[in-house]
Design a protein around this ligand. Sequence first.
Ligand SMILES: Nc1ncnc2c1ncn2[C@@H]1O[C@H](COP(=O)(O)OP(=O)(O)OP(=O)(O)O)[C@@H](O)[C@H]1O
Ligand SMILES: [Mg+2]
Length: 238
Amino acid sequence: MPAAPLEITNLSAGYGPTRVIEDISIIVPAGTRLAVLGRNGVGKTSLFATLAGQTRLHSGEIRLDGRVISRSPSAERARHGLGYVPQTRDIFPTLTVEENLFVGLKARPKSAVTEAYEMFPRLRERRSNLGGQLSGGEQQMLSTARAILGKPSVLLLDEPLEGLAPVICEELMAAFAALARSGEMTILLVEQRIQSALDFAERVVVLERGRIAWQGTPSELSGDQEAINRLLGVGGLH
Ligand SMILES: Nc1ncnc2c1ncn2[C@@H]1O[C@H](COP(=O)(O)OP(=O)(O)OP(=O)(O)O)[C@@H](O)[C@H]1O
Ligand SMILES: [Mg+2]
């Protein structure tokens, strides 16, 4: 599938009666790279989980490629092109790397796993290892590769760099940049490594208590020290 636009309109959602996403509206044109930033607990994961159909929707609408998906079950959203790599890296620990990849192929032929190995050659070396035996970085590669094999038109990446060594972070960010350049995916990235996110993205939204508190371009955010201090913490860009 080619990259698709994602339109989020007045979205409010949460867990049971609790609302943690409050009236969020974002238009993400096809092929855009959007960074979603904010301190711990502001609702970044909940926003992605809402897009993927894993929270309770209170109000609002989500359109993927013009189609309303906000009331669709998660599996149907995935079929319509939504790829989700959760913060928890949900690989199958007792399946091999290659078996994990087969799960991501859906109806595609098994030979398509080579696309994952081209993107992450390390996974080819580890193809017979169990998912649970992989390092954190390899698990992230596997989790990402599995989502990409499903050829999503919109890809959600939730803190893919969390806990990883700098050299692995660079490898992953290079892979995401290559995907974005292919023009086949709209990519939404949540990251605590602010500078990596700003280097990658074309647009940025910053959340605070479940709402959009700031939006603009990476260079506008880099130049807005007040917003950085207030919304992202005293550490500034790193
Ligand atoms: N399954 C859940 N049930 C109830 N409340 C939840 C659940 N998951 C998250 N929350 C609450 O929703 C709010 C937003 O959490 P969320 O995980 O979306 O934040 P986040 O921005 O992704 O944080 P982090 O940077 O730590 O990953 C928090 O108050 C959190 O406690
Ligand atoms: Mg999170």
